[in-house]
Design a binder for this molecule. Sequence first.
Ligand code: XIL
Length: 320
Amino acid sequence: EGLHSLMVAAGKLYFGTAMETNNFDDAAYQAIATNKNEFGMFTPENSQKWEVTEPTQNDFSFTQADSIAERVLSNGQLFRCHTLTWHSQLPPFVANGTWTPETLTAVLTAHITTVMQHYAGQCYAWDVVNEALNEDGSLRSSPFLTTLGEAYIPLSFTIAAQADPSTKLYYNDFNLETTPPKTAAALSLVRAVQSAGAPIHGVGFQAHLNVGQTPSRADLAAILTSFTALGVEVAYTELDIAHVAPALPADEAGNAQQAEDYAAVVGSCLDVEACVGVTVWQFTDRYSWVPSTFPGKGEACLWTEGYEKKVAYERVVGLL
Ligand code: XIL
């Protein structure tokens, strides 16, 4: 038994992880990743982002993400696709372009349509719009907001639904677990997409959290339920829970708190019927994005960089 098989036994669809092509030649990593008891869902950590899939206009490149999709699908695991309309990791032609509403709509339509049609039938879900909100609930600056206004959000969902009607369309963001004005704005965003007549099937909670600052299982479940009340499913899509300096390297008490925090997050998904699964943003500290992106934070994953299971792993398995 492992994370995925126990999640399925608990009535959920999956326990998943991010993976990238640089993880392919690490035998210790792959021994865990290919174990279908541990992981049933994979998200490409970077290789489906706009800067990779369309680095110059109308010049599409799918080699990197295809190699992840083929690997997991041929092993009977699922593929979660990430991401289409996002302000970050954009190619220069989008980030620095001079746009009118007409030309940017054409570029967005070509991108979403071409990428989604390439992966049609392969993705359990797509993160169609990623991180559109600031912490105070206002809309985040991007070429899309500047040129198209807030209509770029329902527009993205409408284009996506036409490109691949068989996949679930998600809004995905971070700090929805911890930041009430942002959570409220995300609820409004979902309602606005629905009111515009565009389909939205899910909300992804990235859940990049900190040890000792993670909300309780009950509080998290209440937040998830505020979204499922709108008729969408929910999932934790990028879970990691970082120790924060000076609590690094983590001691026994810190690791015990991390275990409780992981249990709160996974437990809250168990408590909400329309929470379909949990994906961690890498399962080993060896490949976590946290220490290089957030100096002073680290050891955020379920396995150490030497592939030892942490107490957080045992706690989650014990909960399931
Ligand atoms: C991160 C990757 O993990 C890093 O390797 C990359 O340098 C930057 O992006 N929110 C998201 C993810 O939606 O795509 C981000 O992934 C982490 C935050």
